[in-house]
Design a protein around this ligand. Structure first.
Ligand code: GTP
Ligand code: MG
Length: 178
């Protein structure tokens, strides 16, 4: 139903950030939007928040409306209500957290339950800058992504590694579909 908002020239696309609390969804979005990283105290997102950012793909202006969800379990019902309007999902885990990686399967089950059938999904292994605390190998992320047929990248909301690239890949895919 929301496919109508994704049409030829000026496209608006709804992208949702998903993943366990603390994986870096809000930081990832702030890095993309403002080019900044706020280290220090972790402030968990409450409910849902959104930011817009324009990107240009092959000369076409694409407005990304990015929904930043709360990873905490108690806000899950709020997130569920937004799934069906999303055209793309960025699903994050933290390469220093085994539980956040193990929970990716549960996230994908939830996605299949609540999201549009043709939603664009990208799996991201975030916090790639903290290599000395790494517990999930890049190959493990790749293997999981291949199993579900989704693209995969390692990223860092801190250094900005692959942050813009991930959003541009999403925008490009949605532009091609529009
Ligand atoms: P919820 O809102 O509870 O779902 O969490 P979140 O996924 O939005 O996590 P958030 O962006 O708030 O980041 C959690 C903590 O991890 C913060 O202390 C961030 O500074 C830190 N962090 C996020 N991304 C990175 C990263 O790429 N590298 C490093 N080193 N730290 C990160
Ligand atoms: Mg957050």
């Amino acid at each position: 139903r929301s496919r109508s908002t994704c049409c030829s020239h000026d496209i608006t696309c709804k992208v949702m950030m998903l993943g366990d609390s603390g994986v870096g969804k809000t930081s990832f979005l702030i890095q993309f939007k403002d080019g900044a990283f706020l280290s220090g105290t972790f402030i968990a997102t409450v409910g849902i928040d959104f930011r817009n950012k324009m990107v240009t793909v092959d000369g076409v202006r694409v407005k990304l409306q990015i929904w930043d969800t709360a990873g905490q379990e108690r806000f899950r019902s709020v997130t569920h209500a937004y799934y069906r309007d999303a055209q793309a999902l960025l699903l994050l885990y933290d390469i220093t957290s085994k539980s956040s990686f193990d929970n990716i399967r549960a996230w994908l089950t939830e996605i299949h339950e609540y999201a549009q059938k043709d939603v664009v999904i990208m799996l991201l292994g975030n916090k790639a800058d903290v290599n000395n605390e790494r517990v999930i190998k890049a190959e493990d992320g790749e293997t999981l992504a291949r199993e579900y047929g989704v693209p995969f990248m390692e990223t860092s909301a801190k250094t900005g590694m692959n942050v813009e690239l991930a959003f541009l890949a999403i925008a490009k895919e949605l532009k091609h579909r529009a």
